[in-house]
Write a protein that binds this ligand. Sequence first.
Ligand code: BES
Ligand code: ZN
Ligand code: ZN
Length: 486
Amino acid sequence: MKIQLGIKPLSEIKDGYLVLPVFEDDKKDYGVAIIKSFFSEYPKFGKLFETQILYSSNSKILLIGAGEKQKFDFATLQNLSGTAVRKLLRKTKSLSFLLPKDTKLSEEEKTYAASLGAEIGAYDPTKDYKSKHEPSMLTSVEFLADRAERGLQEGLKKGQIIAESVNLTRRLGDMPANLMTPTYMLNVAKKIAKENKLKISVLDEKQAKKKGMGAFTGVAQGSDEPSFMIALEYTGDIKSKDKWAFVGKGITFDTGGLSIKPSASMNEMKYDMTGAAAVMGAISAIAKLNLKANIVAVMAVTENLPGGRAQRPGDIVKTYSGKFAEVLDTDAEGRLVLIDAVSYAQKDFKAKKVIDLATLTGAIIVSLGDHITGVFGNNPAFTGKLVMIGGKFGEKMWELPMYEEFNEMIKSDMADITNLGHGGSHKSAAGSITGAKFIEAGIEEGTDWIHLDIAGTAWDMKPKPYRGAGATGVGIKTLVQLIQGG
Ligand code: BES
Ligand code: ZN
Ligand code: ZN
C-alpha cells in the first residue's frame, strides 16, 4: 500500500474518499453542506469508531467517531486510521485521512500512529488460505496536514517500518502450526538477518544439548520436528559494550506434552510462538530505523508434543544456568525453554538488560483479561519505564509483585526448582508470578530483567473495527520505543 503525506486543503480532494475524524464533543463541519445537515440531524454522532458515509455530487466522505477530545491519544489515532482502512478496503482505490489538530500528540507521533494503523487495518490473515479470496481495492492512503511540519515524514516512515514488523509477527502467529514449524521460523529468521545485515547463530537440538540446555531440549524431545535456539544480533552502537537481549517464547504448537491440554481451544496454541515472532519483529524494525544500541534477539523455537520420546512429569533436567529443574507439569514448557534462553543471552552474548516476551500463563488472563500485558521484573525503575512507554503507545501493561515469598512456591523436593508452582491455598495460586519466578532463577546477579506475559494480549479472536481477528503483534511498539529512548 502506498502511504503518503498530503499538504493541501480539503477542497482539493477529488478522487477517492475523504475521511474525517469527528469528536463527540467538538464537531467541525468544515463548511461542507452535507456534513452540516448530517450533524443537525444526528447531533450525538462521534462515539469512538462509529462510522457514516456521506455522498454528494462531487465528494465521498467517511465520518469516523473519535470519541471525547480529551481522551484522544496515540492509540485512538492509530485505531481511527485502521478503522477507515478496514471500512474502505473494498470500496475505493484511495483515501485521504485528515489528521486531527490541537491534540497532545507531536506531529511525528501523529503520522506514526496513522500510518501504523492503516497498515494494521489492511492486513488480512485469510489471504493465503481462502481459494475464493476477495482482494482489497485500496492501494493508496494519504494523510492530510496543513503545513509540512517537522517530523511528519519521519513519523510516516517509522509507522511503515514498525507496521511491517507487526504484520510479519501477526502473519507468523496466524499461520497454522503445520506450516509454521520451527524450521519455517528459522528460515524467516535467516531472511530477516540477510535483509537487515544481522548476525545469526543457530543451535540445533544436538548442539543445544551439548551446551547444557537441558530444559529447552527436554521440551524439544517430544516432537519429531527439529527445534532451534536462534539468536539474531544487531550492532548499532559499535563504541559501546552495552547489550540488550530480547528473548521470545517460540512454541510453534503447545499440546501440553504428556500433561496434555483439553481439546477445546487447543487450536489457539498455534499462537504460542508470538513472543519469539515479536522479538524478531522488534529487532528487524530497530535495524531498519538504525537505532543506536546493541541487541541480541534470542528465540527458543520448538513444538511441545507428547511424542514417544517426550519428557515425563517428574523428569529432572539440568538447565543452562546450572540449576536442576523438576518438570512436574509438561504443559508449563514456556518457562523451561525461557530459562535456558535467558541464560544463553547472558552467558554467550553478555547481555545485561534482558526482556523476555512469552504467552506464558492462562493465569494472566484470569488476572488482567485480554487487553493488558502482565509485567514482572527485578528493577522497579526499569519496569516502571516500560509500563509508562507501553501505556503511551497503546500497549497497556500492569506490573505484578515479585516478593521473596513467591520463591518458596517454586522450590522442588527433589531438585532445585520446579516448573509447577505450589504451596498456595489454591492449586493455581499466583500462577503467573510463579512462572515469572522460574524464569528469574536463570537471571544472573547484575542483570536487569523484565518478563512480559502476553498470553492475554498476543491474539484476539474478536475482530475490532480497526483490526481483524487473530494475532496482534503486541510488544513491538514498546520495545522499539524503549530502545529509542522512551
Ligand atoms: N501456552 C500456555 C499458556 C496459555 C494458555 C497461553 C492459554 C494463552 C492461553 C502455557 O504453556 C501453559 O500451558 N501454561 C500452563 C501452566 C501451568 C501448567 C502451570 C497454564 O497456564 O495452565
Ligand atoms: Zn503449555
Ligand atoms: Zn505454552
